[in-house]
Structures are given as C-alpha cells and as structure tokens.
Ligand binder design. Structure first.
Ligand code: GCU
Length: 418
C-alpha cells in the first residue's frame, strides 16, 4: 500500500515538473537578448533536429506560459460563403463575405471579407490580417456587413462604441485593397472585435465560450493578442480550402497591436508563409528589454488584457524573461519576416526592432535560410528585402497605401510570381 502511494506521488511530481516552468524569481537575470539557440537548461542546439524537435516546441511553450497565454487545442471550424460578387472593383475582383464559426453555437464568429483578383492563371497568393474598424470601412460597396460588436470610438462613423453606416469606405486608403488586386494578390480581412473586442473592462470575445466547463480563469489564460492570433489561424483554416487561394503563399499582415498578433500567428503556425508586423513595437517586434518607447510595465498597465497574468510578474524585471522577441522571430524561421516602421513612431522603438532582427539572424543562418543582410539600419525609404527584412519611412504611426507597396514588393520577392 505504502509503496503504491509513494510511486503515485513521484509520478505526480514528475508530471507537474514537466508542465511547469520556474517562477519568475527563480529565472536567471540577463540584460542582453537571450540566444534562441540555447535551451532553457543551458544546452546549446547543435543540430537541425534539436531545433525542430526540442528547442522550437520549448520556445513556443515558454512564450505561451510567460507572455501570451495558452490557446485552446485546434477545433473544427465551419465556413459559409454568405455572398459572392464576381464583379467587385469594376469587375477586377471577386468579393466574398465568409462567416467562420467554431465552438458552442453562441460563440462569436469571424465575418471575413475576401477579395480575389479575377485576372489570374491559377490560385493566387493572399494576405490575411485583421482590421480595426470593420470590413465595411475598407470598401465603398454598400452591401458589405457592418460589425455589431463593441468598437473603438476614435474611428469615423463609430457612435456609442458601435460601427455605423457613416464609417463605410473611410479606411479605403489604409488597406488599399485595389492596389493588391492589381498586383495579383487576394486579401482576407476581418474586424479584430469579431474575436475579442479590445476592452480591458469586459470579456466579450471568444475566450469564455471556449473555456472548459468549470474551468476558472488562471495566470496562463490566453490574452487578447493570443486570441487574435488564434483567429488569424482560423481564417487560414478557411483560406487553405478556397480553390482561388494558393495555400503555400499565405502572408499575414497587421498594424501595431495587430502587428504583434501577425508575428505571433506566424510563429505558431507554419502554414503562414510570410509575416509583416507593421509598427508593432512592445509585445511584438520591439525588445522587451528595450529602454526606448513603450515598456513592459507600461503595456501591462494600459492593456492588462493583451497578455497572460504571469507576464505582469515581469514588470520592471524584464531581465528575467527566458526569451526576448528575437526568439519569437526565430520561431518563424526559415520563413520571411519584414519589420516595417516610421521614423516618428519612437513608441514602437524602431532601432530596438532592428536589434531584434540581428539577434534572430543566427537562427536563420543556422537553418541555411539567409538572414538579415544589413549591418546597420537602412536610410529611410530603402527596403532591406533579405529573408529578415527591415524598412523605415518618414512619418508617423499609420498604415498607408505606400506602406502596402513595400509589403507587396517584399512578398513578390519571397513568394514569387508563379
Ligand atoms: C498603443 C500601445 C501600443 C500599440 C498601439 C496600437 O500605442 O501602447 O502597444 O501597438 O497602441 O495598437 O496602435
């Protein structure tokens, strides 16, 4: 009897030792960006298999445990094409509105807008990304659905935190859909509030619906950025089944908080062929150990819902993080990544972002995948289009048609024109 009990105890201890990582106070202090090729136990990764089978999964788990939170296991999705207009953009494109549903019936759904160029010889490459103020704001088409979920009130046409007809077409230049169509790309997009409205006061997104029965929220619960990234992955679930789309050429793009999301989605999902986090900054492309712009303490205070509970333990203790954002980029290797920035957007720490790419470069080289082909930051307006790409332009925090030209050039180079 006694023997059985002891065995059982050992089993439980070893199980929890496997599932848990050290408490923040027990992690070593490091001022420099951690080397992605050194495991948590100090061992150096020497072979490609060690990277793929050990370090990569470990890094994913570390990011989920300490920073973004743990998403639910993959689940079945259902996608319904609600409307298809083969003559959108004066006949240049086919516009589809697709509803993607998952989880119990009352779970919020993704309402995706997909535009596909009509002039094509086969399946086309696609950009996927979330928008801040609804699909109707990206087009003039009066039929495109207006979101019903809570919305930021700083955008045109938003009244009492609800989107209205007055917002239609007000973001046409931000997404520049027609330009992407003209260059042979499809674009898939949806409102980030479809997955999780961005408010710290209320949890109205998908998370409570996908929680297991009787499960209480905990310190490793997925935050809003993880939920948004999960939403992008569900959009990819649909896109890989759409015969118009080349499933090997899906690129993710996002601005700012949605850029943090774009990088995380690509880190977690190898179906995403290329990632463009635009002006993403702290919690995405800027170093958490950085001293310029937004700090971890600041982001955790202003946006406590974006990350998991444990990330707050690193406020003023970022030296204890067992990774930095260079390790998130490393998870995307060997796939291309472009960090794109603006000079006046110092809040997003453009110089620090360049250092993040430099510190991810060894993993790309280790995998024979190229890397960052620049020793210093380029002059404004010049794209570094190596596998790890960098771009900075004059101006402010915004996404513009000109930025999209750069995204398209980078995608042309790496996804190629078939
Ligand atoms: C705030 C926030 C940033 C974020 C940005 C945005 O400035 O501090 O972390 O990237 O909003 O999403 O526009």
């Amino acid at each position: 009897m006694r023997r059985t009990l002891t065995l059982a105890t050992i089993f439980i201890v070893s199980l929890s030792a496997r599932a848990d990582f050290p408490a923040v106070a027990d992690l070593p202090s490091r001022m420099e960006l951690p080397d992605p090729l050194i495991m948590l136990n100090g061992e150096r990764v020497k072979t490609r298999d060690q990277w793929t089978d050990k370090r990569r999964p470990e890094l994913k788990r570390l990011f989920q445990h300490y920073m973004y939170g743990v998403p639910p296991a993959p689940m079945k999705i259902e996608a319904k094409v609600e409307r298809e207009d083969p003559k959108a953009f004066d006949g240049k494109a086919t516009l589809k509105e697709v509803t993607i549903s998952f989880g119990p019936p009352e779970t919020p759904r993704i309402h995706m807008l997909l535009v596909v160029p009509n002039e094509k010889k086969g399946p086309v490459p696609a950009f996927v990304g979330m928008n801040f103020c609804g699909n109707h704001a990206l087009v003039k088409d009066p039929k495109v659905r207006i979101p019903t979920a809570w919305m930021y009130d700083r955008y045109p046409g938003v009244k009492d935190n609800k989107a209205t007809e007055a917002g239609r077409g007000t973001q046409v230049d931000v997404w520049a859909l027609e330009q992407s169509i003209d260059r042979g790309y499809a674009v898939a997009t949806f409102y980030n509030g479809d997955i999780d409205p961005d408010r710290k006061e209320a949890r109205e997104g998908i998370q409570p619906h996908l929680r297991k029965k009787d499960e209480k929220p905990g310190a490793q619960d997925w935050g809003t950025i993880a939920a948004w990234a999960w939403g992008i992955q569900r959009a990819v679930d649909y896109l890989v089944t759409d015969k118009d789309i080349d499933k090997d050429r899906i690129a993710v793009v996002g601005h700012s908080r949605l850029g943090k999301t774009a990088l995380l989605a690509a880190a977690l999902d190898e179906r995403i062929a290329l990632s463009i986090p635009h002006q993403a900054g702290c919690g995405g492309t800027a170093p958490s150990r950085g001293t310029v712009g937004e700090s971890v303490t600041k982001i955790n205070t202003s946006f406590p819902h974006w990350f998991c509970g444990t990330f707050k333990d690193f406020n003023d203790k970022t030296d204890r993080l067992p990774f930095d954002q260079n390790c998130l980029v490393a998870l995307v290797a060997p796939r291309p990544v472009l960090f794109s920035n603006a000079i006046e957007d110092t809040w997003a720490n453009p110089e620090g972002q360049f250092q993040v790419l430099q510190a991810a470069d060894p993993v790309y080289r280790f995998l024979d995948a190229g890397g960052l082909d620049a020793k210093k930051m380029p002059e404004p307006g010049k794209l570094i289009d190596s596998k790890l790409g960098y771009y900075i332009r004059p101006g402010k925090h915004s996404m513009t048609k000109e930025d999209w030209k750069v995204f398209l050039d980078f995608a042309d180079k790496h996804l190629g024109k078939k």
